[in-house]
Design a protein around this ligand. Structure first.
Ligand code: ZN
Length: 143
């Protein structure tokens, strides 16, 4: 009869054990990704609300300032600032969409997998950018 310790010394079983343990560790990380994404989502919504308030204020200021003189140099500055804030708001909306997509991937279990090539997205990249949908290779590839 085989020794009950035969399996524990088998290098293959040892590797499987390590893989299972790594998988368990990465699965334990999932709630972290969700809380990161949720916090990121709240911060982005805040930023977006602030920008929207700013934009509304600028529109009102522009309506007041430019009523009598459309060549007012202040008007040009306001227009530039409005464009800048609108661009930031657009960025925040894109970020929000990326976060929502990442949360959906968490729900279906494909979070951390590159949507372009199917490779695993590196842990460091996900830590830095929890909403990342692509691996670093696909992100660097020109579209
Ligand atoms: Zn990829």
């Amino acid at each position: 009869m085989q020794s009950p310790f035969a399996h524990s010394t088998c290098p293959l079983v040892g590797r499987e054990y390590d893989e299972a343990r790594n998988l368990a560790v990465s699965m334990r990380k999932q709630p972290d990704a969700r809380s990161l994404l949720t916090a990121d989502r709240a911060a982005t919504l805040d930023r977006l609300a602030g920008l929207d308030r700013e934009l509304t204020g600028m529109v009102e200021a522009a309506q007041g300032a430019n009523a009598d003189d459309e060549h007012d140099p202040e008007g040009a500055t306001l227009a530039f600032e409005r464009e800048h804030s609108a661009a930031l708001a657009g960025h925040a909306r894109e970020q929000l969409a990326a976060i929502d997509a990442a949360l959906r991937r968490l729900d279906v279990g494909s979070y951390g997998t590159c949507v372009m090539c199917g490779a695993a997205i590196g842990g460091a990249r996900l830590a830095a950018r929890p909403a990342a949908a692509t691996c670093i290779t696909c992100a660097a590839r020109p579209r």
